[in-house]
Design a protein around this ligand. Structure first.
Ligand code: UD1
Length: 417
């Protein structure tokens, strides 16, 4: 295992580039199962979750070739089984259910199981696919799914689930007749998947809204498609500029998709200005003020930015109330930030952060992807050396994080644990 060793107290300055979105690339890769022909994707990030997905696609019968940020996928003879060794490392594997049912009428997918940030069930995915004619049984930790043919249906999700909406978008694209998804997730990554499917010949309307209409078609062809930039990576860089009182020019930045984050950072006193060609300048000249934050489905403040903004609050003026309304157990970073001197109290889904003048470097443990990012941010602002252990979480979601941050002034090195 590896760790990151961070010398804190350096101001970040310069240009930093955002990679393609992990959470958009994953469902789009699974959607290639639906296509009769070859697909070429651009702006695919080099991440462990992406290589796991390519391995899983290979097991399911889709050959792929990766060349830099481009990935070519050619579906062959499809096989229905997503094995536990791959699924257990990546919950998004459940996204192969919809496409496999649509293409071959069966799927055998290991149950994703628990995860550090809460129970994260897939009941909504299953209920909705059952509404389209699929049946399921549980067998030795696997979901066995089958259907004669998927039929369009009216589906109302109990909550706007990102993965559930994506699974259904894929299934419904090749179903017979019309599917209407109500209370659908509106996240930009859902929109990116829908746009990819449309470029393959799917008939989808309403993506980005709560009600999506899909008319099933007989076949989808492959396409050339550029994955959207990663809004969470971009948001993490905004906080990196804030927490080091730095000045960053963020390239390939999905500014419109980051509005809720920019609103909060500006309220805190940060300067954020969109420039030409997808660049955004983020500058912080003095200590920021704490504000309150509640995580919500898009367009609200993203749960995937909660840990990072918490790190910023620990060093800001005043106090902040953070309410986590999406996941029930997403404060694992609190204990670790406390080891660095942060003053945070948690009660249920609420955390109260009292800003401090400084944090001190310490060895800390990463518990999940975004928690790891918050520890790296805190480490860059703390005095002394911070060691972030178990960074395999970070490598699942941030491409070359230390190389990118070091190029704008950070001092981070990777070392064996
Ligand atoms: C996706 C993102 C993740 C992000 C999350 C919320 C990917 C690969 N991951 O995760 O980074 O934090 O959206 O923006 O895109 N739920 C159920 N039953 C279900 C499905 C979901 O109860 O069948 C609940 C979950 O436990 C959670 C809420 O719904 O409380 C939202 O989850 P969901 O939007 O499905 O998250 P993911 O798609 O897993």
């Amino acid at each position: 295992m590896e760790k990151l060793v961070i010398e804190g107290g350096r101001r970040l300055e310069g240009a930093i580039r955002v990679s393609g979105s992990k959470n958009a690339a994953l469902p789009i890769l699974f959607a290639t199962i639906l296509c009769a022909g070859e697909t070429t994707l651009g702006n695919v990030p080099a991440l462990r979750d992406i290589s796991t997905t390519l391995r899983l696609l290979g097991t399911l019968g889709c050959e792929s070739v990766k060349d830099g940020d481009r990935v070519r996928v050619r579906p062959g003879r499809l096989a229905p089984e997503a094995p536990y060794e791959l699924v257990r490392t990546m919950r998004a594997s459940a996204l192969c259910l919809g496409p496999l049912l649509a293409r071959i009428g069966r799927a055998r997918v290991a149950l994703p199981g628990g995860c550090a940030i809460g129970a994260r069930p897939v009941d909504q995915h299953l209920k909705a696919l059952a509404g389209m004619g699929a049946s399921f049984e549980l067998d030795a930790g696997y979901i066995n799914a089958s259907c004669d043919c998927l039929r369009g249906a009216r589906i109302a999700f109990d909550m706007p689930t990102v993965g559930g909406t994506e699974n259904l978008l894929m299934a419904a694209s090749l179903a017979k007749g019309e599917t209407v998804l109500e209370n659908a997730a509106r996240e930009p990554e859902v929109v990116d998947l829908a746009n990819f499917l449309v470029s393959c010949g799917a008939r989808i309307e309403g993506q980005g809204e709560s009600v999506i209409h899909i008319q099933g078609v007989d076949e989808l062809h492959g396409a050339n498609y550029e994955v959207m930039p990663d809004r969470i990576e971009a948001g993490t860089f905004l906080v990196a500029a804030a927490i080091t009182q730095g000045d960053l020019e963020i390239e390939n930045c999905p500014y419109a998709e980051l509005e809720a984050v920019c609103v909060k950072l500006r309220e805190m006193g940060m300067e954020i200005s969109p420039l030409a060609d997808g660049r955004v300048r983020a500058r912080c000249q003095s200590r920021l003020e704490c504000v309150d934050v509640k995580t919500q489905p898009f367009p609200g403040f993203p749960t995937d930015m909660q840990a990072q903004i918490m790190a910023l609050f620990t060093l800001s003026e005043g106090s902040a109330v953070i309410e986590e309304s999406i996941f029930e157990n997403r404060f694992m970073h609190v204990q670790e930030l406390a080891r660095m001197g942060a003053d945070i109290r948690v009660s249920g889904r609420t955390a109260i952060v009292k800003g401090r003048e400084g944090l001190t470097g310490a060895p800390v443990m990463a518990s999940d992807l975004r928690a790891s990012a918050s520890l790296v941010l805190a480490g860059m602002a703390a005095s002394g050396v911070t060691e972030v252990l178990r960074i395999y979480h970070l490598d699942r979601g941030y491409e070359s994080i230390e190389r990118k941050l070091n190029a704008v002034g950070a001092n981070i090195r990777r070392a064996p644990e």
